[in-house]
Design a protein around this ligand. Sequence first.
Ligand code: MLC
Ligand code: AMP
Length: 455
Amino acid sequence: MLTALTGVFGDRADAVSVAGRTASYEELLGAAGTVAADLASLGPVRAFAVTATASLETVAAVVGGLLAGVPCVPMPPDAGPAERDHILRDSGARPIEVDFARRAPAASAAPTRPPAAAPEDPALILYTSGTTGAPKGVVLSTAAITADLDALADAWEWSAQDTLVHGLPLFHVHGLVLGVLGALRTGSRLVHTGRPTPEAYAEAAEAGGSLYFGVPTVWSRIAAAPQAAAALSRARLLVSGSAALPTPVFRDLERLTGHRPVERYGMTETLITVSGRAGGAVRPGAVGTPLTGIRTRIAAEPGAEIGELQLVGPTLFSGYLGRPEATAAAFTEDGWFRTGDIAAVDGDGVHRIVGRASTDMIKSGGYRIGAGEIENALLDHPRVREAAVIGVPDADLGERIVAFVVAEGVTGAELTEFVATHLSVHKRPREVRFIAAVPRNAMGKPQKRLLLDGE
Ligand code: MLC
Ligand code: AMP
């Protein structure tokens, strides 16, 4: 999968740069070889887990797992103990530590030997939230990942001539699969900026950045920093994804950088499936056309033009780890994956995402957050009797998490902190509102849309 590490694109001292530290492919391969040898010495393991900080260690861990044929579970570094325990218990993954300075001799780590795993074997297990319950492990095979990266390379004319720049977290598809494995497959130099700030993105432009990835929150912060945005005029392609890019941000970026950002659409379960193309017509609010090998359909009511986007193709996940019922429920009877996103297809085949089927799936700063998971965390607090969590439109984050609770003798700040000790920091409510009762229908089901009535 990692073509760049075979040396066909050459090597350089700064082939991979993460949060200010650089490594050549040879150094990366050496550190990854040590990880692979350590994994082999553990005997048969189902999976291994690494705390996925933005670091060369995380990159070496993921590459080491691929060399050894053992799937990697990247854990959010800010996950609270409950979320961490859940991920480790659910996946059965063995946590490991990586020391980037421990390097196997390059020859023993050379990926020219037969790959340890078959293409259909799991390469990564990424934990992601559903509308209810704890996060599920999404199993991604090498075959799915390579199909996706090759389709994206084609759509974006992404090659070893590029320098990829981003500062996204390394435990999700966007930052890890596209942002790290994509660079190692296409041979583009990688500059991971540590954090995705406008200043860091601009600085990387001075150093030759050509291809930029960001979630809409990152792009809107860049659009609000005109000097940083101007530096990106030297780039070749700006790509936005993980949530809808607001049209005003698209327009501001076009005005400040001279580029019309390309939007692409995806999910942890499907990888990226629909995208605009380099050199193609790009419209604000549209996510482009299906990638090579992907077929889409809109499950619309008779007479309606919008409906649930469903798809099939080689980039789809292998299933939710240990949850055959949940996996089956994610597909229609005739085998199409149900995205839960509401979409429309224009006359020229260009797709637009117009909403989501469930209010219980929140996208905040590009992070996918299940309302049920936060509600369960809040209900664990002894003072909380009822909890209902929703995403409220937010200019910076797309949506912000607001929790409505029925509780006495506890402050909003205490509840926010309580959630942070259970889950990841980005799952904390931004706001806690105290109410007398959660509105419910005759069946007792919460009527969350009523929570914001009267605003
Ligand atoms: C956050 N903070 C809070 C808080 N929430 N403080 C108190 N109460 C709360 N409820 C703190 C933060 O910890 C941070 O502190 C500070 O406030 C600013 O937080 P922020 O506004 O969230 O900014 P930031 O931390 O910079 O995060 C914005 C972001 C981040 C865009 C950088 O959301 C991000 O990295 N998003 C990317 C998500 C992503 O990669 N998704 C891809 C999923 S894959 P401090 O001290 O740290 O400053 C996918 C498939 C696909 O979707 O299609 O790509
Ligand atoms: P995740 O599993 O974290 O990858 O989140 C997947 C979800 O992100 C999708 O189901 C969509 O709701 C949303 N998403 C990703 N890309 C886009 C986009 N370009 N426009 C709108 N929503 C998007």
